[in-house]
Each structure stands twice: as structure tokens, then as C-alpha cells.
Design a protein around this ligand. Structure first.
Ligand code: ZN
Length: 240
């Protein structure tokens, strides 16, 4: 199956733009702590839909963006950014040079809130991941997922066919939920979207096997033994 030029984010926002189309106008948050925050209704509505997923309320997200423009961001998150680039260098060692990521683009636009993806050799990460979580484990999971997409693109046609068949069987058995990798949101019910495409299943499983193996094992404990061989086939696919 063709890969999209840009990998969908872990938390899809494209649909939210459609919901909000045509409703943009400027409002001012007048609460004392956020005097300088100006947001559009559509921007706030976009964040509000993540309310149950993020560790701070939508207005605080707006304040984070306003208080942390790019120059301040690079001062405040210099060490975390260096951790991310070092991790990318490390992951690059696991892929061929033609697949290596050579540019990290941190998007400071609120329109890209919670987005991460790839285009060519560039990896995009929304600054919101740094500002909301400021956590190496979460960024490691995010990067592992993204490199899962790289490894998926490296599969030969036989393995791609195998991945597609496993994805079909998980769809038939309604077992996608086992492979949602939601630790970056702190809420596995909403993280990841393995049901979207075999590449998303691969990337989420690739991340869980490397960063949450015990949790994955426990999730499988409560699944009927009839399905265990299928689950093990998914693990084997991403473990290679
Ligand atoms: Zn993905």
C-alpha cells in the first residue's frame, strides 16, 4: 500500500480543522494569568477536544505557546532537544543511510498541536510535546513510533503483505486496542491509531515492544488463547 507523504500524527487533528472550518474569530482570555493570550475560537476548540488527554487545561496550553516563543523554547528545552537529536542519531544506526533522518523540525505553530510525522528525511515534532510533558520517556516513545514507520518502509513486499494480512485479522477480531501506544498522552485509550493502516499498527507495536514490553505482556494476559498466535505474529513482525 502506498505510504502517505506525511505520516498521520498520533493524535489526529486534521478532522478537527474540518469541524472548526469557518468559525475562526479572535477572543481574548482576560484571566489575570493569561493577560497576553489571544486565541481564535477554532484554536481553542481544537485544544479543548484534547482536554481529557493532556495534563493541563486548554487555556494553559495557549499560555504555554504564548510564553514560549521559539527563541525562549530553544533556551528552555535545549537539553531535551539535544536528547532528541542524539536519539535520532542512535535510531539512524538501525536503518539504511537512504532512510536516515537528517533534519529535526520542531513546529511552534499551534495548528500543529500534538502532530508528529515525517516527510523525506525530515522529522517533524510539535513543540507541544516538549512543553506539555518535558519528559524524555515520552519523547523516546514518540521517536520509537516514528522510526517504526521508517522500518515499515524498509520491509520487502512479502513482509508488507504479511503485515497487511495481520492487520486484517486484528480488524476481524477487534483487537487493535491491544496495540495502542498512548504513553505520550498518559492515556492508552486514546494514544496511537493502529486501526488506521498496517503502517500504524507496525509503528505502535514497534514502540510498545521496545518501550513497554511488560505492559504489552499484561495486556495479552486477558485475551482468549485462541488469539495468542496472531498476537505473537505481530510481535515477531516488529521484533525482527
Ligand atoms: Zn504513526
Amino acid at each position: 500500500m502506498p505510504m502517505p507523504v506525511r505520516t498521520p500524527s498520533h493524535l489526529i487533528v486534521a478532522a478537527l480543522f474540518l469541524l472548526c472550518a469557518g468559525c475562526a474569530s479572535t477572543v481574548v482570555d482576560s484571566s489575570p494569568a493569561h493577560d497576553r493570550v489571544r486565541v481564535t475560537i477554532s484554536q481553542r476548540a481544537q485544544i479543548e477536544l484534547y482536554d481529557s488527554l493532556i495534563p493541563v487545561p486548554p487555556d494553559s496550553v495557549m499560555a504555554l505557546y504564548n510564553e514560549c516563543p521559539p527563541d525562549e523554547f530553544h533556551k528552555r528545552y535545549r537539553q531535551l532537544t539535544e536528547f532528541v537529536t542524539a536519539l535520532i542519531d542512535s535510531f539512524n544506526q538501525t536503518v539504511g543511510s537512504s532512510y536516515a533522518i537528517d533534519t529535526l523540525h520542531i513546529s511552534h505553530s499551534i495548528e500543529n498541536f500534538a502532530e508528529a510525522g515525517q516527510s523525506g528525511k525530515t522529522l517533524f515534532i510539535s513543540s507541544s510535546y516538549f512543553m506539555l510533558f518535558n519528559n524524555r520517556g515520552i519523547l523516546r516513545s514518540l521517536l520509537t513510533h516514528e522510526f517504526g514507520h521508517v522500518h515499515y518502509r524498509m520491509l520487502d513486499s512479502a513482509s508488507l503483505g504479511h503485515a497487511a494480512r495481520l492487520w486484517d485479522r486484528l480488524k476481524e477480531t477487534a483487537l487493535f486496542y491491544l496495540f495502542r501506544d498512548g504513553e505520550y498522552s498518559g492515556n492508552a485509550r486514546f494514544g496511537g491509531h493502529p486501526e488506521d493502516h498496517p503502517s500504524e499498527l507496525f509503528a505502535s507495536a514497534y514502540n510498545l515492544v521496545r518501550n513497554r514490553p511488560e505492559e504489552l505482556h499484561v495486556r495479552f494476559t486477558y485475551v482468549s488463547s485462541v488469539h495468542k498466535p496472531l498476537l505473537q505474529e505481530v510481535i515477531a513482525l516488529v521484533a525482527d
